[in-house]
Design a protein around this ligand. Structure first.
Ligand code: SF4
Ligand code: SF4
Length: 436
């Protein structure tokens, strides 16, 4: 743990022990709280919800792939008891193993995930599941999920279910889940998150869903959440704060302008369409005094917590300060002023955000660019601080990437129901995600 982390941890623990939060620190964090609220809010989880048919009472604020052991440990000390991980998150199993080493295993619900890859054999899944358990240094995980099930057909992968049955019988997993944040490839654009997860609810073999839901992306997710509730399926959320993107794009655009590269006219047009929307958003944010993205982020988390069909919200905290911000939101609900902020943000910036789990534009692309996937990786880069991981994922996309967007007239844009300036955003994404 470095010096900065030690001080952060000390400050965090002090506040936990005292049960109060200093107004100065909270103001610095930018999370939206009044001074009165700050003084009264203990750094403890205030609400636990039943995770569907598992019956486990999970904290409303859960932990996503938090890589700092100190931060994750502090979150658990404060009462967080849901951890989401995956074989695909580099090094995260080890972080979870270290943090859980001296803790009561039964007090925390741990969920990991396996991608349905080319090897769909039962043996293949068993081997990978056992490797996950070994990395986690655990006798069992509470839930093993099919990671990013891309199609309705993939939900029925025999090898996966055969392996899950065997692992259940051995006591190495307790429940089975499925995650989805949208179609992956151009050819699967009909297989939306809504379609796949509604089918998973009917399938009956999945006990927990991990899905994308936020105030800019509601329709499909709310339908899925309702269906899950009817079937008593637990729900964990990801991608709940589609907010920081605007601010980081601002600095990226400025950097690109400074570089002054020679560019194709199509490129100029695409960037211009993006810039027009960006300028409009800037004026709007100024008008409604929404300059601090963390204020909107807090309202965004309250928005999803206000949905009674949500069991837990997995949060990505890089620092103790981030974690404090999330903990303060436990047990809260959306207020009218919060809703007004979200409405203003949606109107001003909504067109800059590509809805994860959508993909409606992809059939229009003559080159088969996986728009939804690239936008998601760009979101990891700009809004979640997962730069290296995002660049690696982008580099590993087989086939066409967004470099082709610079010499295209952007027919995909007319198909986007949310008016996202796709071409400009993809050009920017390619610039940022390409390894030097
Ligand atoms: S800008 Fe052109 S190449 Fe890029 S995704 Fe859109 S249609 Fe495809
Ligand atoms: S750009 Fe628009 S149509 Fe394409 S995936 Fe994103 S939100 Fe959907």
């Amino acid at each position: 743990m470095n010096r900065k982390s030690r001080f952060g941890r000390r400050s965090f623990m002090k506040k936990s022990a005292a049960g109060v939060i200093g107004a100065g620190i909270a103001a610095g964090s930018g999370w939206a709280q009044t001074a009165q609220e700050e003084k009264q809010a203990p750094l403890k989880i205030k609400e636990y919800r039943t995770l569907g048919r598992t019956g486990f009472k999970v904290s409303d604020i859960g932990a996503g792939s938090i890589m700092d052991e100190g931060v994750l440990s502090a979150a658990l000390d404060a009462g967080v008891n849901y951890i989401d991980t995956a074989e695909e998150y580099p090094g995260h199993h080890k972080v979870v193993a270290n943090v859980m080493k001296d803790r009561d295993r039964k007090s925390v619900f741990i969920s990991t995930k396996l991608i349905v890859e080319e090897d769909k054999s039962k043996e293949g899944f068993l081997k990978r599941a056992r490797k996950c358990l070994e990395e986690l240094n655990m006798e069992y995980v509470d839930c093993l999920m099919m990671h990013s099930a891309e199609t309705v057909e993939s939900l029925s992968t025999e090898g996966f279910h055969g392996a899950m049955d065997e692992l259940k019988a051995e006591g190495r997993i307790r429940y089975v889940g499925v995650s989805n944040h949208g179609s992956f490839w151009f050819k699967d654009s009909e297989e939306t998150m809504g379609k796949v997860l509604l089918a998973a609810a009917e399938d009956g073999r999945f006990d927990v869903f991990l899905l994308a839901y936020n105030f800019l992306q509601m329709d499909q997710a709310e339908e899925v959440l309702k269906a899950a509730s009817k079937k008593n399926i637990g729900t964990a959320l990801m991608k709940t704060t589609p907010v920081a993107l605007y601010h980081s794009i601002k600095s990226s655009v400025e950097r690109m302008e400074k570089e002054g590269k020679e560019i194709d006219p199509f490129y100029t047009e695409g960037v211009k369409r993006y810039q027009d929307k960006y300028d409009r958003a800037q004026g709007f944010l100024k008008k409604y005094n929404l300059q601090n993205p963390k204020e909107i982020k807090a309202a965004a988390v309250k928005f999803v917590l206000s949905n009674p069909d949500v069991s837990t919200v997995t949060c990505l905290a890089k620092t103790y300060e981030d974690m404090e911000g999330f903990l303060r939101l436990s047990g809260t609900k959306l207020t009218k002023p919060d809703q007004a902020k979200l409405d203003a943000y949606r109107e001003g910036c909504g067109e800059l955000y590509c809805r994860h789990a959508c993909g409606e534009c992809e059939p229009q692309c003559p080159h088969g660019v996986p728009v939804n996937t690239i936008m998601r990786y760009h979101h990891y880069f700009t809004a979640q601080g997962r730069e290296k991981e995002a660049m690696l994922k982008y580099a590993n996309i087989p086939g066409v990437k967004a470099d082709v967007c610079g010499s295209c007239n952007g027919p995909c844009e007319s198909a986007c129901p949310y008016n996202v300036p796709i071409q400009g955003k993809l050009i920017l994404a390619h610039t940022q995600l390409t390894m030097p």
